[in-house]
Write a protein that binds this ligand. Structure first.
Ligand code: GAL
Length: 434
């Protein structure tokens, strides 16, 4: 099948070479193409994207990949903004969490309530996920999977050799860390990339104060919560954990840390469960080479990030194909296949648990318990908008890097940030996330 653009190219080449020009193949309509901008560039992420691309191809739509490297989508966000400003918005974009509302708020996203009604999304999706994909009562995003950010990955043979169990809380971690270090392993793999530091920190806040304190701080940005002793404990813990990381914590992609744990150079890693997807993709086996458990002190909670695809409305010429993709994303079989590869869990309440591995079952069960057990991830835009997330993450990062900074310094600086944000946006965050 020759697409129009291929035909033009072929004709031009033939003309230049003095040959008989190409004849377009007899296709009534060229296949529809959707350009998809996302940040899934690791092996397992690409494989998961391919699950969607192949299903879409079966419906006669070509997935044209526009993958921008950069964990947590920092690069992809920048590329998206410049493309939209240049009038070249992709048809489909991975936009997640509160960012969905920001883009929908300026009227750029396609609403596809019809797809949601036909697929009974209100009934089949987890209520948290269903709320996330809507803006002002209209469905503007297609949900793919729920990631658990409070996951601890560990090198199982290494721990077993030393007679150690994955730590249930951070005190247990501190007790076993010297033995791991003495055995030549870095107890905790960690990167200095700001989003990865924020990932660890929000896990520490969750462990100390549960979802309530996490929401007070990162959703409501409450100054009263900044004075909470449990925040001081989390800040102190972030500092003391540095003793159990590599001597110099460098900015490394998350995939590097996964490999460190896999090879036994590091014993443990706190990371979203896309790390599980990556481990499985590289041939590692759950409860063989690695194990996963809830991050220390967070067993009954679910620190979540929900992956979603949004569609730019533009001139509405791609609406049919965009709606096909939205419909496909939520189909039970696609949910099962995609999430098994990606490491996340189904967004559906009727998911088949028997097809999930133990880590996924645990994640899905904790998430489906409902809002009281759930905390929306700061690092992954679930708690607050892009600007607020960026400044809070930058401050956590600064505190982490500067060993002289005290918890009181961080509390003070975060206080100034919260006040400035309040002046900037009124009570916007509180209104969005009651
Ligand atoms: C998250 C995203 C995941 C994964 C991760 C690492 O924001 O939800 O799908 O890609 O970033 O980049």
């Amino acid at each position: 099948m020759l697409r129009l653009v291929d035909f033009k190219r072929c004709a031009l080449a033939a003309l230049l070479a003095g040959l008989i020009p190409c004849v377009p193949a007899q296709t009534a309509t060229p296949p529809e193409t959707l350009q998809v901008l996302h940040w899934w560039t690791s092996a397992s992420e690409r494989k998961a994207a391919n699950v969607l691309a192949s299903r879409l191809a079966e419906e006669g739509v070509t997935w044209q990949d526009a993958a921008i490297p950069g964990g947590a989508g920092l690069g992809a966000g920048k590329v998206l903004r410049s493309r939209v400003l240049a009038g070249q918005a992709p048809e489909v974009t991975q936009i997640i969490g509160e960012s969905i509302k920001e883009w929908a708020g300026i009227g750029l996203l396609l609403e596809f309530d019809n797809v949601a009604v036909a697929g009974r999304w209100a009934q089949v999706l987890s209520p948290t996920v269903y709320a996330l994909v809507q803006h002002r009562g209209h469905v503007v995003a297609a949900p793919l999977g729920v990631h658990r950010i409070n996951t601890l990955f560990y090198n199982r043979p290494l721990l077993e050799r030393l007679g150690l169990k994955p730590p249930a809380n951070w005190a247990e971690f501190a007790a076993m860390a010297p033995r791991l270090k003495a055995a030549g392993a870095v107890p905790l793999a960690q990167s200095a990339e700001p989003w990865q530091v924020a990932t660890l920190f929000e896990n520490l806040v969750l462990a100390e104060g549960g979802p309530a304190l996490h929401r007070e701080l990162f959703v409501r940005q409450s100054e009263a919560a900044l004075a909470d002793k449990r925040l001081v404990l989390a800040l102190q813990r972030l500092r003391t954990l540095k003793a159990w990381m590599s001597p110099t914590v460098q900015e490394r992609p998350w995939t590097d840390l996964v490999r460190q744990v896999q090879r036994g150079e590091a014993a443990m890693l706190v990371m979203g469960d896309w790390a599980k997807g990556e481990l499985l993709e590289s041939g590692a086996v759950i409860d063989g080479g690695f194990g996963c458990a809830p991050a220390p002190g967070t067993a009954s909670y679910h620190l979540y990030s929900v992956d979603t695809l949004t569609m730019f409305a533009s001139d509405y010429t791609h609406t049919d194909a965009q709606q096909k993709l939205a419909r496909i994303a939520v189909q039970p079989a696609v949910q099962a296949e995609y999430n098994a590869v990606k490491g996340s869990v189904s967004v559906r309440r009727d998911a088949d648990l028997s097809k999930m591995d133990a880590c996924a079952r645990d994640s899905w069960t904790a998430f489906m318990q409902g809002a009281a057990q759930q905390a929306p991830s700061l690092a992954h835009r679930m708690a607050t908008d892009e600007t607020r997330k960026d400044v809070i993450v930058a401050e956590i990062h600064r505190y982490f890097l500067d060993d002289k900074a005290t918890p009181a310094d961080a509390q003070q600086r975060l206080g100034a940030i919260f006040r400035a944000l309040r002046l900037r946006g009124g009570q916007k965050a509180a209104a969005i996330n009651p």
